[in-house]
Ligand binder design. Structure first.
Ligand code: ADP
Length: 399
């Protein structure tokens, strides 16, 4: 039997999933796992279909190995494990951060495509080089194995220019400083579930999807196409997140530079790692920990998270010209009764009303609005790996 390997490679982690061919609708991955802590204490965990741990081991790097060498070693360990399972790979699908303005759909990777993807490194220096590294390694080891890139940005290329352009001097816009948006594979997947969960008419109407995990964003859809999204040039804009600020006055950053001598590195840490739920609560970035805490700082972090989410929905409702449905997904969106309830309370002015019983759902697709709600509300679990597997099989004609 032939299989697909799906890779989501970051700087310090590599997540993977293996799907068997032919790939059916919503087929589960037969194996999945991750390699975490690359560059420090590298841990490799692989699980089977039922979530049973098949392997849990530490990967030891030679002393003085560079981060790049350690990433390479992690991938090699994964490939050896795959061979040990007698998995015959037909293709590999990669999650790639940036497709720039050029790619509005997944693409089969060739040396020419790879050269274009390299030119997007300045747009996503924290992710793009790490996303591409396994592509090179696989091409070297298995030159005839087809590889496909699925971009976080691609889904948002249907945005009208007003959603995409910043009010900055034109030369920077032309250089590519625009609002790309991210979490595209998740929105792509959810957009394909809208009709079956919400019905044809509402599914094609004005829909705001809230993808809330450690990273969080929203997308506004009409006719299942993106018309606006909360993330912009980078994945720092928009919603308050686990450790990221989301929208912030750039004047705050100037103040930190002036008053506290913050360097670019300090600001990067402030924006991406020290803020959000973690920064406000001073306790944790994890929603479950905060929900379980009775500390006032935890309550404040939760309230701010929900308030800013509702403010963002209000803004996206301009782009959709009215709201027919609100969809929750991602670890928080799929599981947190509290967040869904509070966000919907804050949207009551727009006719959003939840059914408290239905809102108890976790991790399953369901409409959860009250009978007298003017807006449909749904939980739809996302499946980014399956989406990448689907594009990989379709582009390569493997099914
Ligand atoms: P990532 O963006 O890393 O893929 P996930 O989509 O897995 O993140 O979401 C992680 C977030 O989901 C964490 O904040 C976690 O606390 C939250 N979460 C997971 N399960 C629950 C739950 N039962 N209740 C509330 N929050 C949850």
């Amino acid at each position: 039997m032939k299989s697909l390997l799906i890779i989501n490679a970051g700087s310090s982690s590599l997540k993977f999933a293996v799907f068997n061919l032919p790939l059916t609708q919503d087929a589960p991955s037969v194996y999945r796992g991750q390699i975490d802590g690359i560059g420090a204490n590298t841990q490799f965990v692989a699980k089977d279909l039922d979530g049973k741990v098949l392997l849990e081991t530490t990967i030891k790097s030679p002393d003085g190995a560079s981060l790049e060498d350690q990433q390479q070693l992690a991938l090699e360990k994964l490939l050896v494990w795959i061979e040990d399972q007698h998995i015959e790979l037909a293709a590999v699908g990669h999650r790639v951060l940036h497709g720039g303005k050029k790619y509005s759909a997944p693409v089969v990777i060739s040396p020419e495509v790879l050269a274009v993807l390299e030119t997007f490194v300045p747009l996503g220096p924290l992710h793009q080089p790490h996303n591409l590294r396994p592509v090179y390694a696989l091409a070297k080891k298995y030159p005839s194995l087809p590889q496909v890139a699925c971009f976080d940005t691609a889904f948002h290329r249907t945005q009208p220019w007003q959603s995409e352009v910043y009010p900055i001097p034109r030369k920077f816009t032309e250089e590519g400083v625009i609002r790309y948006g991210f979490h595209g594979s998740s929105y792509d997947y959810i957009s394909r579930q809208l009709e079956s969960v919400l019905g044809k008419q509402i599914g094609n109407g004005g829909v705001v999807i809230a993808h809330m995990g450690n990273g969080a964003s929203m997308a506004a859809l009409r006719e299942k196409k993106c018309v606006a999204t909360s993330m912009g040039f980078t994945a720092a804009e928009g919603l308050m997140m686990g450790t990221r600020t989301g929208n912030i006055d750039p004047g705050v950053l100037l103040y930190l530079m002036d008053k506290h001598g913050y360097t670019a590195e300090d600001l990067t840490r402030f924006i991406y790692k020290e803020s959000g739920l973690l920064g406000v609560s001073g306790i944790s970035q994890d929603m479950r920990t905060l929900e379980a805490s009775d500390k006032p700082e935890a309550r404040e972090a939760l309230e701010l998270f929900c308030y800013r989410a509702a403010r963002q929905i209000g803004s996206l409702m301009v782009a959709t010209a009215g709201l027919d449905a609100l969809v929750f997904t991602g670890g928080i969106g799929e599981n947190s009764q509290f967040v869904r309830n509070r966000v919907c309370e804050l949207m009551a002015w727009a006719g959003v009303k939840l059914d408290p019983e239905l809102n108890k759902i976790r991790g399953k697709a369901l409409c959860i609005q009250a009978a007298d709600s003017k807006v449909a509300v749904a939980v739809i679990p996302t499946n980014e790996e399956w989406m990448i597997a689907h594009h990989t099989t379709t582009l390569l004609g493997l099914n």
